[in-house]
Design a protein around this ligand. Structure first.
Ligand SMILES: [Zn+2]
Length: 183
């Protein structure tokens, strides 16, 4: 059931970049802070079950998440390397086995462990750079409550009631322009 969209959906104060990022690092929806945005460790829900925010805002959106994932793993590898160099300085006779095993473990397991976090962090960064447009806000409000299925059905009938009559229509389908006056 669609929740009626009202002016608060549009005029609510935008979260600060710090709040957006904190939510992303917690694997929560950056827009509202709601959790349970994953069906499994690797399968993200199409929309936030709390606020209806569509995570994949455009095709190829999550390519940026791979960059985040890569950066996180590289960061941990860098920390490990720095630690190992300092440790090796104190223990010059120590072998390389521990460093190789640790590095391989971080390099192989890191991307798996941080995969879901990288997506929500990327979503937060994207929201900081590109705030939601009116059409996305309306679509998100319409989608709240549709958490029983993964894919958004494009043939889903539009809500017949509850929508504010003066709500601005989403112009994404190209039909938002008013008809020309009859002469
Ligand atoms: Zn949300």
């Amino acid at each position: 059931m669609a929740r009626p969209i009202d002016v608060d959906d549009v005029l609510q104060p935008k979260p600060t970049p710090a709040v957006l990022l904190r939510r992303g690092f917690l694997k929560h929806c950056p827009r509202c802070g709601g959790g349970h945005v994953y069906r499994s460790w690797f399968r993200m829900k199409e929309r936030c079950p709390t606020c209806g925010y569509l995570f994949e805002r455009e095709p190829g959106f999550f390519v940026g998440a791979y960059l985040i994932n890569f950066a996180i793993v590289e960061g941990f590898l860098f920390l490990m390397l720095m630690f190992f160099i300092a440790w090796k300085d104190q223990h010059p006779d120590a072998g390389m086995t521990l460093a190789i095993v640790l590095g391989l473990t971080i390099g192989l397991a890191g991307p798996v462990v941080f995969y879901p976090y990288s997506r929500t962090i990327w979503s937060a960064l994207d929201l900081i750079m590109t705030p939601l447009e009116m059409g996305e806000i309306v679509a998100a409000a319409d989608a709240v409550g549709d958490d029983d299925d993964d894919a958004v059905d494009p043939d889903r009938p539009p809500p017949t009631e509850g929508t504010a009559p003066d709500a601005e229509p989403a112009n994404g389908d190209g039909t938002g322009d008013p008809p020309p006056p009859v002469t």
